[in-house]
Design a protein around this ligand. Structure first.
Ligand code: BES
Ligand code: MN
Ligand code: MN
Length: 453
């Protein structure tokens, strides 16, 4: 039987198995789901075993477990390590979902569920592609799987696991499906990921909430002050004002920018899809450049004072915000965290105190587009889509990818099959059945072109 015949024959079962996995709410951020996270790890470990993997284990960490499995057909052959994550983002706000987040439903050929695209659906393509290669006797090299449960909370324990298991994880290339492609008729390969520095700030004024009439205008209002401080982080050209912030940014050459400008992109369609009247960003750069090659700073959440029903006249004692910065080569996330901390402290007027804390982070990453593995991915996509893939730079981050390079000395191939419109992290996350099956079809072609093609 050919791979294609095997996939066609079994596609309904593949989908049903994915659905069972999606029903497990493996939300890593919320400890109330810790048992479900564990069950999701066990589910995929078992499926790897059934598919034919050896040495399948659930590796405990200080946080959520890591699932490992491998198939070494000949130690002399190259080894591909497949990385992905089985944890998902919280589903809140649940009332905005058309169908419940953990009851996968098919509408218009798409699977709706939290994790459908990010990343359970994409990890499951690899499990089923592996099964397909095993069942059709067509696996051409060694394969290892490492599927973690903490990607959505910064992969805080994965670095330690990698440092402690260098031998076990030894490989020639890492293959990851956790990004998106341009469109179902326009395959693409990510050649870059942005890095991330995630901070939290707290501004404190008076020690207790005060009457805003008795004291307002005479005592610093931390909410007002926080807004002023945040506003000062950008200038009128939307450049970030933190001194030294751009020092290490790798500027692209005119040729590289011209090549990037050829990426298929329709601004009107983009605005319509997002239901926005206009875009906004750093002066002098296109939308694709603003998310692909430029660093950015965003408030992810802001709070303080009275936010309940009706009104309460109060001058809050404290106000806070969560602020992330997306980084590009060659910025370093820890250096940026320090620059941010110093500058933010300096911005504070003497009437308040400011506490700045650092959450997680990771460095940016680039994939060379001339390696044998990259060329194998190009050939695989070309064979399955009938079109040459477009190299793109993703605005998102997978912080562990830069660490893989540092610790394991191995580059990653970012071959994602989702779409930007799949609403990952949002209500009504989805993943096309076309995309799921196309991934299962394309992954074995990557192996074929990488070894023995
Ligand atoms: N799969 C995403 C990253 C991604 C999405 C890359 C779309 C390219 C296109 C990943 O699960 C993710 O959400 N990463 C987080 C970082 C993490 C530390 C929370 C992100 O980018 O915000
Ligand atoms: Mn992901
Ligand atoms: Mn994610």
């Amino acid at each position: 039987m050919t791979q294609k015949e095997y996939i066609d024959k079994n596609q309904e079962r593949f989908l049903n198995e994915l659905f069972d996995w999606l029903r497990i709410p493996s939300v890593s951020a919320d400890s109330k789901f810790a048992g479900d996270v564990k069950r999701a790890a066990e589910y995929v470990a078992n499926k790897l075993k059934i598919a034919g993997a050896d040495n399948v284990s659930i590796e405990e960490t200080a946080g959520h477990p890591i699932v490992y499995g491998d198939k070494i057909i000949d130690p002399a052959l190259p080894t591909v390590l497949v990385y992905g994550h089985y944890d998902v983002q919280p589903s809140v706000p649940d009332n905005l979902w058309d169908t419940p987040p953990f009851e996968p439903t098919i509408r218009d050929g798409k699977i709706y569920a939290r994790g459908a695209c990010d990343d359970k659906g994409q990890v499951y393509m690899h499990v089923k592609a592996f099964e397909t290669m095993m069942q059709t006797d067509s696996l051409t090299c060694n394969v290892k799987f490492m599927i973690e449960g903490e990607e959505e909370v910064g992969s805080v324990n994965l670095g330690t696991f990698c440092r402690n298991n260098k031998e076990k994880l030894a490989c020639d290339v890492i293959l990851i499906s956790d990004t998106s492609m341009i469109a179902n008729d326009t395959p693409s390969l990510d050649v870059g990921l942005r890095g991330l520095t995630y901070m939290e700030v707290e501004v404190t004024g008076p020690s207790i909430d005060l009457h805003s009439g008795v004291y307002g205008g005479a005592v610093a209002n931390p909410a007002n002050v926080l807004c002023t401080m945040i506003a000062a982080l950008h200038d009128e050209n939307r450049h970030i004002t933190i001194p030294g912030f751009y020092d290490d940014v790798l500027e692209l050459s005119a040729e590289e920018r011209a090549a990037m400008a050829k990426t298929p992109f329709d601004l009107e369609e983009y605005k319509n899809e997002l239901k926005i009247n206009d875009v906004m960003g750093e002066a002098g750069y296109s939308t694709i450049e603003r998310t692909g090659i430029r660093p950015t700073l965003d408030v992810n959440g802001i709070w303080g004072g009275y936010t309940g029903e009706g009104s309460k006249t109060v001058l809050p004692s404290k106000a806070s915000a969560k602020i992330s910065m997306r980084l590009v080569p060659n910025q370093n996330w820890e250096k940026i965290a320090d620059l941010f901390t110093n500058y933010f402290q300096q911005l504070a007027p003497p009437s308040v105190t400011v506490k700045v804390t650092r959450h997680h982070g990771g460095n940016p990453y680039v994939t060379p587009s001339d390696s044998p593995a990259y060329l194998a991915a190009v050939a695989a996509l070309k064979e399955s889509f009938g079109k040459e893939p477009v190299p793109t730079r993703s605005g998102g981050s997978i912080p562990i990818v830069a660490l893989f390079e540092d610790v394991l000395g191995v580059k990653s191939i970012l071959m994602g099959f989702g779409l930007d419109s799949d609403a990952i992290h949002s209500p009504n996350e989805k993943f096309g059945i076309f995309n799921f099956l196309k991934g299962i079809e394309t992954i074995p072609l990557f192996f074929k072109h990488y070894v023995g093609g």
